[in-house]
Design a protein around this ligand. Structure first.
Ligand code: GLU
Length: 311
């Protein structure tokens, strides 16, 4: 097993710099930070910035500022995935040379229509295998009109894992995309390559990625990396049950300031929602570090009150 050696175990927060962080993102960041810092481990910040259609240059800065306003810090260097494209392409070449991937010409719409059941999660609809067994003549023909994504051949047995927050989990591993059809390495690949390269011991992230984790574990096996443990933090939801987004109202630190709340107020609110202090009690990040208890984290989403969000 490959293990990049470091003396101190490492955690990370991996936002996409596409906008201001909202309180759902900040809540996950607080848990990720505490999980590392309560036992003095390293904590890394990684910008998942490969999707140039959605990345906005100013948000590398705004996201760092908002984390700092809550009292969170991180170890150098900050990783930008756009600096690591050569590494991802090397791993993709390795998968191609081992014949573990195949070109897929399906459009999103075709996949949606062919998938048996609608799927609400981040993992998206499970791929029905349309392009898995095309002949080379069929591939050449399809390649004339559409460029191909690369899909890895999954494993219908899926993979199970014991989530440090949510307990035992098991999900299917379909033939998922490792390179998009514009040539960009896909999230499921790069998250594994980067977490392995940074020697991440516990991946703390939001619960919408729980059902992608089986895919990630499958890739760890194929690439021969030692897998991390996972801790998925239940989502923050809007009053109607949707995953929280900017459009729901006062969700960023900037918006909360408009409600007269300081970053310290927001941190204390988030800490109470994580069972780390009493509602209304003021706490600082360094106090939370002393009292962090992973076993007490909630396993259900936090549903916001309409009043909380009103602009
Ligand atoms: N970039 C992802 C997000 O912002 C997080 C991915 C991860 O933590 O693995 O939702």
């Amino acid at each position: 097993m490959k293990r990049y050696h470091k003396s101190v175990p490492t955690g990370r927060f991996a936002p996409s710099p596409t906008g201001r962080l909202h309180i759902g993102n900040l809540r996950t960041a607080v848990v990720a930070w505490l999980w590392s810092r309560y036992d003095n481990s390293q904590f890394l910040l990684r910008f998942e910035d490969l999707d140039e259609r959605t990345v906005a240059a100013e948000h590398y800065e705004s996201q760092q500022q908002d984390l700092q306003l809550l009292g969170l810090d991180w170890d150098d260097p900050i990783v930008n995935q756009t600096d690591r494209l050569d590494i991802y392409h090397d791993v993709l070449s390795q998968l191609v040379s081992q014949d573990l991937v195949y070109p897929c010409f399906c459009s999103r719409r075709e996949i949606r229509e062919a998938a048996s059941a609608p799927h609400r999660s981040h993992a998206g609809p499970h791929y029905p295998g349309t392009c898995a067994d095309l002949s080379s003549a069929q591939r050449s023909e399809r390649a004339q009109t559409r460029s191909a994504a690369l899909r890895i051949r999954g494993d219908e047995n899926g993979r199970g894992f014991s989530d440090l927050v949510l307990g035992d989990q098991h999900f299917a591993v379909d033939d998922f995309v490792v390179q998009r059809n514009d040539g960009t390495p896909a999230y499921h690949l790069v998250v594994v390559v980067d977490d392995a390269a940074s020697n991440i011991e516990v991946v703390v992230r939001a619960d919408d990625l729980t059902d992608s984790t089986s895919r990630h574990l499958f890739l760890y096996e194929l690439l021969g990396y030692e897998p991390p443990q996972y801790a998925h933090v239940p989502l923050v939801l809007a009053p109607n049950g949707d995953r929280l987004a900017k459009r729901h109202g006062a969700v960023t630190l900037e918006d909360r300031a408009g409600h007269g709340e300081t970053p310290a107020d927001v941190l204390s609110y988030l800490a109470a929602s994580l069972n780390l202090c009493q509602p209304g009690e003021m706490v600082t990040a360094s106090e939370l570090r002393q009292r962090f208890d992973p076993a007490g984290l909630p396993t259900e989403p936090l549903v916001l009150e309409p009043n909380f969000l009103a602009d």
